[in-house]
Design a protein around this ligand. Structure first.
Ligand code: ZN
Length: 298
C-alpha cells in the first residue's frame, strides 16, 4: 500500500473512498493530526489517539467529534438573523429558481475565479462546498473533497457527486496532513466565517509549499455591495416577512466579514499572487461586487 497508513475500504457503503494516492492519502486525524487513520464502512478511525469519526451516507463526520472549539457567538442570536436562517430553504429555492438573477451572478462570479486557476491534476478541496455545485469542476486526478459544516447540504452534495469525498468539519480543525494539499478553494465562504483567522491559520497548516489557495468573496462593505443590497433586501424581506432594513441587518450578520478585513487577514497567512474583480475588472473592491484571489504560502 502506497501510504502505509490507509487501508482499503471494504466493498459497500465506503467503497468509493478507495484512491490511496488521491483524497485518502491527504487525510489525518482532526484531533491529533496523525496520518495513521483507517477507513471502515462505519467510521474513520485514528490509530494514534483512538478518535473515531462516524460515516453516514459516506460522509465522514469530524465535527461531531471535534466540536466547534468555540462558543457560538452572541451575534447570531439576533432575531432578524434567526428568522433569515429559518427561511434559508426558501432563500435557496428562490436562488435556484429558473431565470434567477442571483444564480446567474453566482455562475459568473465563479467563472471569474476560475480564470485565476493554474491548470493542475491535484485533488481539489472545496471548503464550504455546500450542495456540491462546484465539486465536479474542481475535481482533479485524485478526485475532489468537499468540506462543509451542514450535514443536510453534504447529503445534497452526495446525491450530485457520488464519487466525491465529503467531510463534515470545522474550518479551524481540518482532517488533513500538514503541508499536504495543493489545490484549495473557498468560494463565497470566508465572508461568513466568524473566527476567520483561526480558519486561515489551519488552511495555512494544510497547504503544501507549492500549493495554491483560491478565494472568492463578495466585496462586503464596498459601495457596490451596499448599493446592490438595497435591491436584494427587497426580495429577501418578502421571503422573511420583515422590512428591507431588518433584512439588510440579517444579511450583514450572515456576511460578518468585510472584504477589507478578509484581505488584511489573508495577507497575514498567504502571499497574494493574482487577483480579479467582477464585473468590471477595474475600479477595485469599492466598485465591484466580488473579488477573487490566487494565494500562495508565505
Ligand atoms: Zn488522532
Amino acid at each position: 500500500m502506497s501510504s502505509g497508513a490507509l487501508e482499503r475500504a471494504p466493498p459497500g457503503r465506503g467503497a468509493q473512498l478507495r484512491d490511496e494516492d488521491g483524497a485518502l492519502a491527504l487525510l489525518a486525524c482532526a484531533i491529533c493530526g496523525a496520518a495513521d487513520v483507517r477507513l471502515t464502512e462505519m467510521a474513520l478511525d485514528c490509530q494514534a489517539c483512538g478518535a473515531s469519526y462516524p460515516c453516514e451516507d459516506n460522509i465522514i463526520d469530524c465535527l461531531s467529534v471535534t466540536g466547534h472549539g468555540q462558543e457560538r457567538p452572541r451575534l447570531y442570536d439576533n432575531p432578524y438573523y434567526q428568522r433569515f436562517i429559518e427561511n434559508i430553504e426558501a432563500h435557496h429555492a428562490a436562488h435556484y429558481a429558473p431565470g434567477s438573477l442571483s444564480a446567474e451572478i453566482e455562475r459568473r462570479l465563479k467563472e471569474d475565479l476560475y480564470r485565476l486557476v493554474v491548470p493542475s491534476t491535484e485533488t481539489g478541496i472545496d471548503l464550504g462546498c455546500g450542495a456540491g455545485d462546484a465539486l465536479q469542476r474542481l475535481s482533479g486526478a485524485g478526485g475532489a473533497i468537499g468540506i462543509d459544516q451542514e450535514m443536510s447540504l453534504l447529503k445534497m452534495a452526495r446525491r450530485r457527486n457520488p464519487e466525491a469525498t465529503l467531510i463534515r468539519a470545522d474550518l479551524a480543525a481540518l482532517p488533513f496532513r500538514s503541508a499536504s494539499v495543493r489545490r484549495v478553494f473557498a468560494i463565497a465562504v470566508l465572508e461568513h466565517v466568524f473566527f476567520l483567522e483561526a480558519a486561515l491559520k489551519e488552511i495555512q497548516r494544510c497547504l503544501a509549499p507549492d500549493g495554491a489557495f483560491y478565494v472568492m468573496v463578495p466585496t462586503e462593505g464596498s459601495l457596490a455591495v451596499t448599493a446592490a443590497r438595497y435591491v436584494t433586501s427587497i426580495r429577501n424581506a418578502r421571503i422573511n416577512g420583515m422590512t428591507p432594513a431588518q433584512s439588510r441587518t440579517a444579511q450583514r450578520i450572515d456576511h460578518c466579514n468585510t472584504v477589507f478585513l478578509i484581505e488584511n487577514s489573508l495577507e497575514k497567512f498567504f502571499r497574494i499572487e493574482a487577483t480579479s474583480c467582477w464585473p468590471f475588472r477595474f475600479g477595485g473592491r469599492q466598485f465591484n461586487l466580488a473579488k477573487s484571489y490566487r494565494l500562495r504560502p508565505l
